[in-house]
Design a protein around this ligand. Sequence first.
Ligand code: TNX
Length: 523
Amino acid sequence: MSSLSFKLGLVLVFFQLGLSAQEPEVEKPAIIPQPAEIEWKDNFFTLQERTVVCFSSGAGASAAWLQRLLSNTYTQSYEMRGENCNGFNLNINPELEETLGKEGYNLEITASTVSLEAATEAGLFYAIQTLRQMFPAEIENEKISEEIKLPQVSITDTPRFEWRGSMLDIARSFFGTDYIKKHLDRMAFYKLNRLHLHLTDDQGWRIEIKQKPKLTELGSKGAVKGGRSGYLTQEEYKEIQEYAAARNIVIVPEIDMPGHIYSALMAYPELNCEDFSNIEPRMATPPELFHEYKVGWSKLCLDKPEIYDFVATVLGEMAEITTGDYLHIGGDEIEDERYKEFVVKADSIVQGLGKTTVGWEEVTQAAVDSSFISQRWNGKTKSVVKTPVIESICSSFYYDHANVPGQEMTNNWCKEDGVSLKDAYTFKVENPNTIGVEAPVWTEMVLSNEAADDRFWPRTIAMAEVGWTKEKKKDYKNFLERLGDQGLRLDLMDVNYFRSPEVDWNSDPKKGIFSEFMPKSKF
Ligand code: TNX
């Protein structure tokens, strides 16, 4: 061996030694939304063959969730009442509300224990979602038999906003119980806590109102061209609501009024003015159904006092079957001299029913009560009142718009090039009255479950981080990395998410029916 190659060899040996002497970079689990404080340690907790899940009073439901997670591993877990066991600990301590609020949690993993604590079950539920993201992705749909090691870590986490919502329009095209439950599961995984259901519109009425049976007998028969029709019975609505509540999600039902109401005008023609001047331009007249896309052409006949009986009956039944605090009355895209009067009256009906009113931003043209929550979507309204605001500005949060420029079957009136993942992620909350964010998927052009998945995901994940994570902890590049890491998990959760080209997806490239929108070079 020449002395030169000997020296080179030595250098190489040193180089390799140097590398291995340095602790190999341990893959940190990708947590979304990014927690407030997170401190990774170098060591692991190893899941044993037998595990105790130890829970304090009030944490029974959380213990069941955790057991369910562990049931997809090799461990045999046992529940036990108690404060501190060697294994998994779930503690509810109401005093923590001062520092963690209602939804925050602490999660501490040491060599021998995994401890979750919060002021409420909601907080523990979120601690479990974070923990879930530390397990191998396969936990989502199979029983893992290989040894599981969780990194030791200390997390203290609280949400930035109290309202972290998703909206599904089931009026233009119907989505039933199965899809809604799947959607709730996915929302919960990303710590979202409000599902706004747009239940009624010109094309269809989707919720049973027992005192107004024709709303569903006739009004539910329509849908956009190629879309599904149908409706939720009150029983189904309650079932969805219970499923949501178990996941810390509140259902926010919307009955869109006084416009976007043709399905009701068709079912109960007496809600129209005698000369149908409330249907203008005449896109359809009773008993026809409406299958097109146009908006802003129908309204209740606001000159008729009887329409308020209808409004009170419908809202009354909705309040009766709704356990959450909110009733959404719509209020968008309509012009009428009596619009403001309507909004104020509808608000007082809702308040009389013991609920908080929510409406699209136009409602703030009227002097509504300061408890009224307004939902900003196009930012064009001249408000006369200060109200709490849900931010749904279309340029960041309208996911019926294209994922990438030119995507078929998408709207583009708000942003011609679509609403990108970056548009979603980089939204900055400026209004101090903002109570949170919510991203709608309108379904004029979303006709299947697969298409709905493609519109919601992954942009809803970006919105979830906007809603949960403090601005200074957000970082788009880092988010894209974490999101890419979750690709396989989303596959295993059976989410037909759009393969956003800016993400290096760790996933199965063959999945995803919309991958034809991907630049060819990527896969
Ligand atoms: C506007 S946003 C609407 C909906 C449409 C949507 C389509 C809002 C309050 N109204 O009726 O479905 O645009 O993007």
